[in-house]
Design a protein around this ligand. Sequence first.
Ligand code: 5GP
Length: 205
Amino acid sequence: MTPKKQRGQLIVLSGPSGVGKSTVIAELLGQRRDIYFSVSYTTRTPRVGEQDGVNYHFITRQEFERMIDGDELLEYAQYVGNYYGTSLKVIQDKLAAGIDVLLDIEVQGAAKVRRRVPEAVFLFIIPPSFEELSRRLHGRNTDGEEVISGRLEKARTEFKEIPNYDYLVINDKVSHAVEEIEAILTACACRVENRENFVKGVFSL
Ligand code: 5GP
């Protein structure tokens, strides 16, 4: 029997552009329908195929700055010239209802969440090698050489943040990366602090 949770687990996932994060997340959410994926707010323009309210809430800089001023964001960061941020209210409501929440955010935002929500679990996803990351970015066929080398440079700086994360997931193969994340989430759910209700109920402590 799986005991009912008091609070949901906040799961923070970061990783460089081109690592295959979106594919891994889509696969994970397909298997774990009980996880809520937080749809971020951003000022960047939608890419082909992206939908407002599904991939992101696409808003103007003015609207974003209004959200900052109104203290409506759990965290936010500027990334390659655009704002990205997570709604505080949505996250609070889900966690309070015992629902696990997944954030796909970059390293500066993750550092802010670490300060505000230390009980969150922090996962960093990497490719099997730097060469493979470069190969994947070239394989997308969407960006020029300059954009790709900018992303690779950014990846090098992001890798320096790895020691601040709890777990490192290696995306050599999507199914393998998803398996590793599932194992981490299972371990989190078994933490004593996440099973206090269960202990109280069973042993009347
Ligand atoms: P992209 O423009 O490729 O969708 O995302 C660029 C980066 O922004 C990715 O590393 C992604 O994880 C990050 N990101 C997406 N949403 C948020 C957010 O709400 N907050 C922060 N800090 N980063 C985000």
